[in-house]
Design a protein around this ligand. Structure first.
Ligand code: HEM
Length: 420
């Protein structure tokens, strides 16, 4: 009997400790990848959900494996073709033999990882922060207007004028301005139309009325988006042409000069009433506008061309190679940038860059439009009639006035008064 009791106790103890061990033991070991036949493991899926890097080399390495490929000849079963894993692997890692009517570098890549990140970025931070940025700039301009008021011609209008811009210069400016404004409006429309013109889409959670409204308004919004795209794509050429024209005409006047530092230190005289730092044809503030337009406008044009000719003008991988070789990412505390990108990732980066840089330039240009029109008395005439009041010119571009008058004196016959 005693022996039986002892045996029972030992069995019980063994059972309890075994189950306790089972509870404290680490989570079930990750199954060997070989056991899954190259499919994703539960750990892989959990890693993906946590947004962590997933090692796909094992599955990628299986492509073309004769054992895996042998399944291609297996007959179809009730649960699908036995060859499915091999085919999906090849599609997933971009090595499937796809015959396409349209032969372009992106046509054979049917599955890619980066699309969802791009969609979420475009629908989230890009819309939200881009919108707030522009509203912020508008708010600052209103604040500036309330605090400083309109920048007036301090000496009042003289009644005499001086030629500021020739007609070719004004043509270049208005071609640039007109095309930029159209591009800005149609670009913003493309980004925000669905948000503001359609009832919210909450999928299955939409009320019936919302679904009906979406179905009714959807086609109209889509048609408007198509028009917007047409205008955006075609007007881009005018912008590029104007950018080149403006660059050629004004680059010499926008090279840095020693007067720029003084102008910047005095805030261009914009924040105090009696300060008029001397400047030539363009002051330091205008030079900043000019170079922003050229550099940011040039970058927007390049990424725009890349979007206009899908997959034909990839630029990012090449740029990343250069940036990595210059050590720029490590200077910023980042790891190296990817030097190999799928054709689709190239397009997604081009779109994101195009939009971000456009938002920055739109912010700068909104400020420029303000100061070139309502913000400063007498400024608009420069681009309107091409002639500005002499007192305006003396207050904002004194060195340029001296240059023009000296030239006129030189070319005028002796005794004649220079025309103004
Ligand atoms: C309705 C919109 C606009 C108005 C009222 C306007 C007004 C003006 C004026 C009055 C000037 C001459 C300033 C001076 O005499 O010193 C000027 C120059 C200039 N504008 Fe505009 N502009 C507009 C839109 C644009 C746009 C959209 C761009 C570029 C995308 C642009 C780029 C330039 C550049 C590069 C200059 C020469 C540098 C400077 O003065 O800042 N403008 N603009």
């Amino acid at each position: 009997m005693d022996k039986l009791k002892l045996l029972l106790t030992i069995t019980l103890l063994a059972f309890v400790s075994a189950s306790a061990l089972a509870q404290t033991a680490p989570a079930a070991e990750e199954p060997s990848r070989a056991e899954t036949g190259g499919a994703m493991t539960l750990e892989d899926i959990l890693r993906r959900q946590r947004g962590e890097e997933v090692d796909t080399t094992f599955r990628e390495g299986l492509i073309g494996d004769p054992n895996a490929a042998a399944q291609l000849t297996d007959p179809l079963g009730t649960l699908g073709g036995a060859s499915d894993p091999e085919l999906w692997r090849a599609l997933r890692f971009g090595s499937a033999d796809i015959t396409s009517q349209v032969r372009n570098p992106g046509a054979t890549l049917l599955v890619q990882d980066t699309g969802m990140n791009w969609t979420l970025f475009r629908e989230g931070p890009l819309r939200v922060y881009g919108g707030y940025f522009l509203l912020g700039v508008l708010g600052l301009l209103v604040l500036f207007y309330l605090l400083r008021g309109r920048v007036m011609i301090e000496a009042g209008r003289s009644g005499q004028t001086i030629v500021r811009f020739k007609s070719i210069e004004r043509f270049g400016h208005w071609l640039l301005a007109g095309s930029f404004i159209l591009l800005g409006i149609t670009g913003l429309f493309t980004l925000y139309a669905r948000v503001f013109l359609l009832p919210p889409s909450a999928g299955a959670l939409n009320t019936e009325a919302e679904i009906v409204a979406r179905q009714a308004e959807g086609p109209l919004v889509e048609t408007l988006l198509e028009y917007a795209k047409w205008v955006h794509n075609n007007v881009s050429w005018a912008f590029i042409a104007a950018l080149i024209l403006v660059f050629v005409m004004w680059v010499v006047h926008n090279l840095p000069s020693r007067h720029d530092v003084n102008w910047i230190l005095k805030g261009g005289g914009l924040f105090s009433k009696h300060s008029h730092p001397p400047a030539k044809k363009f002051n330091a503030g205008q030079k900043l506008i000019f170079w922003s337009v050229i550099i940011l406008g040039g970058s927007i044009s390049a990424s725009g061309l890349s979007l206009l000719f899908p997959f034909e003008l990839p630029m990012f991988a090449k740029t990343f190679v250069i940036l990595n070789s210059m050590g720029i990412p490590s200077m910023l505390g980042m790891g190296p940038l990817p030097e190999v990108l799928t054709p689709h990732a190239e397009m997604q980066l081009a779109q994101a860059w195009h939009a971000i840089v456009s938002f920055v330039l739109m912010g700068i240009i909104v400020a420029h439009i303000y100061i070139g029109s309502v913000g400063m008395e007498g400024a608009y005439d420069a681009m309107g009639s091409g002639e500005v009041d002499l007192n305006w010119a003396k207050e904002h571009h004194s060195l340029w006035v001296e240059e023009v008058q000296a030239k006129e004196k030189k070319s005028a016959p002796s005794g004649a008064t220079p025309a103004e």
